[in-house]
Design a protein around this ligand. Structure first.
Ligand SMILES: [Zn+2]
Length: 139
């Protein structure tokens, strides 16, 4: 019977079971090679270590962005604030591409990380477009 590697999502005949620890919870995964095992466990360790920073970065961007929006609404229609609201989480996702465990389970860790970065990039692009419209087009 073939199994899918939890990291690269390739099918393999001899997957190896491994245990991962994230936020005090253990979860079992199957990997196709020692290379995937190392990359996956390194990533989970990185996620475990930086998860709080990731959440904090998003929260700070949202709060700061809202404050700047209201403060500058008469100056730039809130353009700078909106830029912060989208840029902060976008950058956070590129540095810490942590998506939901369901996404990792469904597409494999490697693709999930890629999706996280793309989502971050999309966020940043939306921010730039909004900023451009509010700062350059509307006035
Ligand atoms: Zn693999």
């Amino acid at each position: 019977m073939t199994h899918k590697c939890s990291w690269c999502y390739r099918e393999s005949l001899d997957c190896k079971k491994m245990e991962l620890q994230f936020r005090d919870q253990f979860q079992e995964a199957e990997v196709c090679s020692t290379e995937c095992e190392k990359t996956f466990s390194d990533f989970v360790r990185y996620a475990d270590k930086n998860f709080r920073k990731f959440v904090l970065l998003i929260l700070i961007s949202l709060v700061l962005g809202l404050i700047v929006t209201f403060w500058r609404i008469k100056i730039d229609y809130g353009a700078l604030g909106v830029l912060i609201i989208f840029m902060g989480p976008g950058l956070a996702l590129i540095k810490y591409p942590f998506v939901t465990p369901q996404t990792v389970e469904r597409y494999g860790g490697k693709k999930a990380v890629f999706f996280g970065r793309v989502l971050g990039l999309v966020n940043m692009l939306i921010g730039v477009v909004f900023w451009f419209v509010l700062a350059k087009v509307v006035p």
